[in-house]
Design a protein around this ligand. Structure first.
Ligand code: NAI
Length: 280
């Protein structure tokens, strides 16, 4: 029985996932090591709930109840839950470290879900204390809006753990899809070229980024690649490019773009820093 969900990392994805959990009735903990990020997440959650209220999707009472179901925490010792959904930096070592820390203070059935976009779930499992309870749970951005969740079974994931996460997705009003632990899973494998080819067009001076966005949107894509990269975060997007490039033995088609490397070096990470390709 899942009562409490603890989301680790209150950035772009974590704050959205916490909203989803609370909106669907779960007692939710949102943990981050950075208290400024937690304050920002609190404000953004309040803004999102106010928007839903204004659009008459939730009542005033629901708005209050949802917000009150979320506890914002920055002490690991308060991270006691039935399911953890990790949304921290895209680095195996960091994800392994937090899972092992949490395993020591939580009950023996707790599930460790990782929202990794591109790391191998099996690689994360290889170094954790309870590999059978590690499952990939890949949400899409923005988490409160996007229905799809890729549920990824690593080499050592127990059938029951994957099933629990799959059912949890349904309780969260999402559409889960089981997929294999392959680089980029399904969506990022396909979508990588949406970003990389778009950046190539700009690098080669064939079109400006604004033009590429305009054309892709005119052809029916919801968001052009550059707007989407700004939403995702350039650091996250670069990490995914790099990890897929490595996973595919440095295949030319997955080569990270100099443009994204430069943006990250300049700290122009997109919406979250106020500037990416566009100004916010
Ligand atoms: P972000 O940079 O917005 O947030 C990450 C947060 O984790 C930061 O607030 C940071 O302070 C916190 N953090 C770092 N180490 C921590 C630790 N040990 N304990 C607690 N908090 C810690 O990153 P974002 O975009 O939310 O991505 C997080 C994860 O979600 C990554 O694995 C990424 O690949 C994945 N993801 C990202 C998507 C996106 O569109 N941005 C989409 C789907 C998955």
């Amino acid at each position: 029985m899942i009562n409490t969900i603890c989301v680790i990392g209150a950035g772009t994805m974590g704050s959205g996932i916490a909203q989803v959990a609370a909106q669907n009735g779960f007692y939710t903990l949102l943990f981050d090591i950075n208290s400024e990020v937690l304050d920002k997440a609190k404000l953004s959650l309040q803004k999102n709930l106010l928007y839903l209220f204004d659009k008459q999707k939730i009542t005033a009472a629901e708005k209050e109840n949802i917000f009150n179901r979320i506890k914002f925490i920055n002490d690991t010792n308060d991270c006691i839950a039935d399911v953890f959904i990790e949304a921290i930096v895209e680095k195996v070592a960091a994800k392994v470290a937090i899972f092992n820390q949490l395993a020591e203070i939580n009950h023996s059935e707790v599930i460790f879900a990782t929202n990794t976009s591109s790391l191998s779930v099996s690689d994360i499992q290889a170094k954790v204390i309870h590999p059978q309870r590690v499952v990939g749970m890949h949400f899409f951005n923005p988490a409160p809006v996007m229905k799809l969740v890729e549920v990824v079974k690593g080499n050592q994931t127990a059938y029951e753990a994957a099933q629990t996460v799959y059912e949890l997705c349904k309780q969260l009003n999402k559409t889960p899809v089981l997929c294999k632990d392959a680089p980029g899973f399904i969506v990022n494998r396909v979508a990588r070229h949406y970003y990389l080819e778009a950046m190539k067009l700009v690098e080669q001076g064939i079109a400006s980024f604004e033009t590429v966005d305009e054309i892709m949107e005119a052809t029916g894509f919801k968001m052009g690649p550059f707007k989407l990269m700004d939403l995702i975060g350039m650091d996250v997007n670069l990490a995914v490019s790099q990890s897929m490039y490595n996973a595919f033995d440095k295949a030319e088609r997955f080569t990270p773009s100099a443009i994204q490397i430069d943006k990250v070096a300049k700290g122009e990470l997109g919406k979250k820093t106020g500037k990416g390709f566009y100004q916010y």
